[in-house]
Design a binder for this molecule. Structure first.
Ligand SMILES: Nc1ncnc2c1ncn2[C@@H]1O[C@H](COP(=O)(O)OP(=O)(O)OP(=O)(O)O)[C@@H](O)[C@H]1O
Length: 712
């Protein structure tokens, strides 16, 4: 019987096909499982046909319906793995198939495809231009170095004509995939050995023997990130009938390496820019841990908000497809976990004090003690110093190193602050209340006192915003040792001003950190635009022991440039956003795949009224809509964390809203805190803009925010 394999490019089309065409695909695929190779070639219904003047002699088309054909790479070396690469309307199928050439990469041993015809047409023209340029992008690299990294002669000739990064990007859909990634890394300035390690070694099989350019079936088996080999009828049915989600099947080697690494000697960390698949990796890690843990052990999968926990739940169910396994995983926020721990180990949970109540209490204390500091300063001092360092006595506070705080506090002042802290804590205690962070501190204390740890493994997503006391809860929830904590996050998306040093919290990740660089969500145009919002900012790493950067961060997708619109009045801005949403809907985007976001609820209320008047129903993200709830999504910027939509409009990006003065500590009060607050403001806008997959619209009325790029 022949073997059947699918290239991920096949799914790009399959998902959009109409029902009868899909049924045709299913019927054709089944034949590959029922007939012998000889019978396949002879089957009249399938009509396995070679392609005239094809760049690849193994290209075949098959009949799907009267109007659609499948494109198949058929082995001609005696092996029996057929690779299904695309479904194309009948009249375009031959042209599409004729241009593609499949080859085996000499370094990675993966199967790659290139648009051989277009590369061949372009190269002489570009060679002519390149000869006149003073420098080319890859001048500094010898042919031998490039060849070691898998660049073959055809690619080399074209690569030698490339002058700059934008020109390289234009080759994204033309060059063989692994070779293109190697060139992207080199273009970012990485040296040969790093590129070998980060691209080649990740893919190359450990037991790679001598290079055989014709061993198609081994190459197909090696190419996990782009090809899936179907092992049986059940699996085929499963793939063809369930909603297809590429992330379930095709992991990038950098994702697979961490998600399925047999074991880590201790806490492990994965960082990466927005949309690089950190959540996807966290989900696959849970799957891996479940498969290798004893049936009695429990796993905690945790994230920052309830909405994100809900989405993790849905996606893990999709990935595992096994309710029995799913029951071994608790999916919850750290705060909810802390509440459960306190309830279980202490019997009751105090009432929770919300942000407004907390601010009110600090204000009253400040007034009653006639302190010079603002309530914001006191609340931050409590959060970033007292709670962060578990300070319990005045003496400890007097000796504390106030990391991250830029205002000096001598002993006299510290005694005053400590009095305020005690008043705050006693006031809450008297009212039978506590803040969320106090609840976490209590949960951590209780977990520390008991010998029992509730979880065998803890997997943390969106880790960048967790406060040290929340980390203590997680530290206490799992016994230190191999595979205890698996952490994913992006310090460029820190929007709640929590600073940590994971090492000092008993979570050392040194030597077990990795980074993801390919964005699977947004187009390169959106990414480049959004990255300008973070310009020149240095960002502390996830573990707090150095700096993080977005170097090498890129997308393979291309689309429209974001639009930045500027209005003199808010009315006009609101009218424009309604029109924008209308045009997206008219273009075929489902309202559930569109989000409008603004900093303030007030702005969202106005948007809501306008949209409803225009006959466009809306749903607030904070109300936790499910997939079934129709309507365009409205959310504050904070609520956009972790989400994604095909189209996003970020409105009200004015000078007064970004930075928002009440959210920023004045420079003269605390220069360090001022810088952190300003960075958090930038991050907030960055997070919102990077939620967009295909279209991003940003607008303001009146003066625009200084964070906005000056050039489009
Ligand atoms: N290997 C993959 N193949 C296809 N799609 C992928 C892959 N990895 C991730 N994706 C898709 O990319 C998008 C972003 O993934 P994910 O949410 O995991 O990224 P993230 O790094 O957690 O993002 P953020 O930090 O911005 O919230 C999702 O739509 C996901 O399905």
């Amino acid at each position: 019987m022949p073997q059947l394999a699918f290239a991920n490019t096949f799914w790009d089309k399959y998902e959009q096909l109409e029902k009868p065409v899909r049924a045709g695909v299913r019927k054709a695929m089944k034949k590959f499982q029922q007939l012998s190779v000889a019978e396949l070639h002879a089957d009249k219904g399938l009509h396995l046909e070679s392609v005239e003047k094809a760049a690849d002699r193994r290209m075949r088309t098959i009949r799907i319906t009267d109007f659609w054909r499948g494109v198949v790479l058929a082995p001609d070396d005696g092996s029996d793995t057929f690779l299904l690469v695309n479904v194309v309307p009948h009249d375009k199928a031959y042209e599409w198939a004729a241009k593609r050439l499949y080859t085996i990469n000499s370094a990675t041993r993966g199967l790659e495809v290139r648009n051989a015809v277009v590369i061949e047409q372009l190269t002489p023209v570009l060679e002519h231009k390149a000869a006149q340029a003073s420098a080319r992008l890859f001048d500094g690299l010898s042919d031998a170095s490039l060849s070691r990294l898998g660049i073959d002669d055809g690619t080399l000739r074209a690569a030698r004509t490339i002058l700059d990064k934008p020109q390289l990007e234009a080759f994204a859909s033309l060059f063989p995939e692994d070779q293109f990634e190697v060139l992207q890394f080199l273009a970012e300035g990485y040296d040969e050995d790093t590129v070998w390690r980060e691209v080649v070694a990740l893919r190359r099989p450990a037991d790679a023997g001598p290079y055989d350019p014709d061993d198609l079936s081994s190459a197909i088996a090696n190419t996990h990130s782009r090809i899936t080999v179907v092992t049986g009828a059940e699996e085929l049915e499963d793939i063809l009938t369930k909603p297809f989600a590429a992330w379930r099947i095709f992991l990038h080697p950098a994702q697979r390496r961490v998600a399925y690494r047999a074991t880590f000697g201790g806490p492990a960390q994965v960082s990466g820019g927005p949309g690089t698949g950190k959540t996807v990796v966290a989900l696959h890690r849970v799957k891996h841990l479940l498969q290798r843990s004893p049936r009695t052990s429990r796993i905690l999968l945790t994230t920052y908000t309830t909405a994100l926990a809900q989405s993790l739940r849905e996606n893990l169910a999709l990935l595992l497809e096994d309710d029995a396994l799913l029951r071994h995983v608790d999916i919850t926020t750290v705060d909810a976990l802390a509440r459960d721990v306190v309830r279980r180990l202490r019997g009751s949970v105090p009432r929770l004090c919300d942000d407004a109540d907390e601010r009110f209490r600090w204000r009253k204390i400040r007034q009653s003690l006639a302190l010079d500091w603002s309530e914001q300063f006191l609340s931050q001092e409590y959060r970033h110093v007292v709670l962060a360092q578990s300070i319990g006595t005045e003496d400890e506070y007097l000796r504390a190193v106030r990391r991250g705080r830029g205002s000096a506090l001598g002993p006299v002042k510290r005694v005053q602050v400590w009095r305020a802290v005690k008043m705050f804590e006693e006031g809450l205690r008297k009212d039978g209340k506590c803040t969320y962070l106090q609840l976490c501190a209590e949960a951590a204390r209780l977990l520390n006192r008991t010998a029992e740890t509730p979880y065998a493994h803890v997997v943390v997503d969106e880790a960048q915003d967790l406060h040290p006391v929340q980390w203590r809860v997680l530290r206490g929830a799992v016994t230190p040792g191999p595979d205890d904590l698996f952490i994913t996050g992006d310090p460029h998306q820190r929007i709640y001003d929590s600073r940590v040093s994971l090492g000092s919290l008993g979570i050392p990740v040194a030597g077990r950190s990795s980074r993801l660089r390919i964005n699977y969500r947004s187009t390169e145009e959106i990414l480049r635009w959004a990255a300008q919002l973070m310009q020149e900012e240095t960002v502390e790493s996830l573990s707090g022991d150095g700096l993080d950067s977005l170097a090498g961060y890129r997308s393979l997708l291309h689309g429209h440039r974001p639009s930045l619109a500027d209005f003199s009045r808010e009315e006009a801005e609101l009218t424009a956003v309604v029109e924008k949403v209308r045009s997206w809907v008219a273009g075929g985007v489902a309202p559930t795949d569109i989000a409008v976001t603004a900093r303030f609820h007030q702005t969202l209320d106005k948007v809501r009224a306008r949209m409803e008047r225009a006959g466009l129903p809306v749903v607030m993200v904070k109300d936790g809509p499910t997939h079934q709830d129709d309507g365009l999504r409205l959310a504050t910027l904070h609520a956009m964390k972790g989400l994604e939509f095909r189209c996003v409009a970020v409105i009200g990006v004015t000078a007064g809203a970004f930075p928002f003065p009440p959210a920023v500590t004045p420079l003269d009060v605390d220069p360090m805190q001022h810088r952190t607050d300003m960075l958090t403001e930038r991050c907030l806008l960055f997070v919102a803009c990077t939620r967009a997959r295909e279209e991003l619209h940003v607008s303001h009325s009146g003066k625009g925010s200084r964070f906005l790029p000056s050039e489009q």
